[in-house]
Design a binder for this molecule. Sequence first.
Ligand SMILES: [Zn+2]
Ligand SMILES: [Zn+2]
Length: 232
Amino acid sequence: MHITILGTRGEIEQSAPSHAKHSGVLVDETLLFDLGERDYLDLGAKIAFITHLHPDHAFFVTDPAAIDIPLYAPEEADGDVQITVIEEPVTLGPYTVTPIPTHHSVKVQSTAYCIEKGEEKVLYTGDMIWINKEYHHLLEGCRLVITDGSLVRKGGRVMRDTETGKIYGHAGIHDLIDLFAPFTEHILFLHFGSWFFKDVEASAERLRALGEAKGVSVIVGRDGMAIETGSL
Ligand SMILES: [Zn+2]
Ligand SMILES: [Zn+2]
């Protein structure tokens, strides 16, 4: 699969030249994952899958738009945007896209997507804390995992809603490496939080070293980065 990383900046004020846009990943110029920016709609994708309805993943939540490609998400949105709620795998030509529920927010539902084409499998998680064990078998044999670089500190920032008992927030990068290393050799981080922007070069170096310590290759996402999963 040919993957283009469209945006690597989290929901923060800070920005850097290669980390200015919000979340979006394009697969084979056909499938779009997250719509953090309106202009991702101009790339000719045939269909879009949204991980969750926060505006840095779904710009139309705060900036109404007419969207003329099919849109899948874990829940419907307010307003006029037509969304198909995804609960089961969707097959489109050579691709199968399987939703995998994630823990991230109390207010919105969130899901990761496992994208399969032939023998190749890629996981894109969006923002997250954790994926329940019952789904871990779906992660086996991922060529690449693309996940949440919001927080570098161990444990991330995880809170518990007193009413529902549900957890919300973001895991730390250490935790995500621990979670995904048994299933993949390559983890790409994006959706960077403010920690990353203090010194972009040093932060990228730190990320790669964290991967090395756990025996996985960590790829530091950049806006516009292209990856051929077959050559990883
Ligand atoms: Zn979010
Ligand atoms: Zn986000």
